[in-house]
Ligand binder design. Structure first.
Ligand SMILES: NC(=O)c1ccc[n+]([C@@H]2O[C@H](COP(=O)([O-])OP(=O)(O)OC[C@H]3O[C@@H](n4cnc5c(N)ncnc54)[C@H](O)[C@@H]3O)[C@@H](O)[C@H]2O)c1
Length: 252
């Protein structure tokens, strides 16, 4: 049964990589604001647990490998079968890979582009007809601050995340006439399993700290809702000011 109250009441969202980290937080926030969610991930146990905690009435887990077109087709069909429509697509699944162009292997490059960029394309490609039927759809592509500036030691990751920004702006032009908004979100440092092993300071961040996943979810709920109905083609940084300028520069 769909909710009648909340900022995204009655809307249906498909979230790739929703089994943990930021995707899990987005699923929880959207359900709290009245949406139904489909969590797609390769992590079956985690994804099924999150969906069970959210309740079968408003959440479903589907196995989704974002690099695989058939897998996406199944996830989109399962969403429409279960909840009747698809209004919000959140292309969130992603991996991190290290290395400059000298150090990263060609295999690292291909895998990162495949998941972080091509996965995003296939998601939009396979969901577009269902999104057109929504009448007021929102696609939210998760990039990174590595898709707004250069990023040391992350050649493949940065290229993929810049690609997400370009794909987003192009798709905003192509899909606007069908009532589909497309925006990219560029988080800075966020505490998730992806970043748990990283040694990084916060001196470069004007606010002096990293973020909890739920702080990013507040932006996601806004973009998923009709509150953001005139925003499309935007690249929105949510980074504590990390890309505002050189916070470490000291001029006397
Ligand atoms: N954590 C940060 O500081 C940060 C900053 C900027 C951008 N991001 C981006 O935010 C997104 C979420 O990251 P997170 O920090 O929550 O990471 P995370 O590792 O906690 O979650 C990523 C999820 O994506 C899933 N996934 C990976 N490959 C997949 C595939 N082929 N098919 C389907 N699912 C797959 C994983 O299983 C996992 O559940 C990613 O796109 C990441 O690049 C993260």
């Amino acid at each position: 049964m769909s909710a009648t109250t909340g900022r995204v009441a009655g809307r249906v969202a498909l979230i790739s990589g929703g089994a943990r980290g930021m995707g899990e937080a987005h699923a929880r926030a959207l359900v709290a604001e009245g949406a139904s969610v489909v969590i797609g991930d390769v992590l079956e146990e985690d994804g099924a647990r999150v969906a069970a905690e959210l309740g079968a009435q408003r959440a479903l887990f589907v196995h989704l490998d974002v690099t695989d077109e058939e897998s996406w087709r199944h996830a989109v069909a399962a969403t429409v079968d279960r909840f009747g429509h698809l209004d919000v697509l959140i292309n969130n699944a992603g991996i991190f890979s290290r290395g400059s162009v000298a150090e990263a292997t060609v295999a690292d490059w291909r895998r990162t582009i495949d998941i972080d960029l091509t996965g995003n394309f296939i998601g939009m490609h396979t969901a577009v007809e269902a999104l057109k039927a929504s009448g007021s759809a929102s696609v939210i592509n998760i990039s990174s601050i590595a898709g707004l500036t250069g990023f040391k030691n992350r050649a493949a990751y940065s290229a993929a995340k810049w690609g997400v920004q370009g794909l987003t702006k192009t798709s905003a032009l192509d899909l606007g006439p069908f009532g589909i908004r497309v925006n990219s979100v560029h988080p800075g440092s966020v505490r998730t399993p992806l970043t748990a092993g990283l040694q990084r300071g916060f001196g470069q961040i004007p606010l002096g700290r990293d973020a909890a996943p739920e702080e990013i979810s507040e932006l996601i709920v806004f973009l998923a809702s009709d509150e953001s109905r005139f925003i499309t083609g935007a690249s929105i940084a949510i980074d504590g000011g990390e890309t505002a300028g050189n916070n470490l520069r000291q001029d006397a």
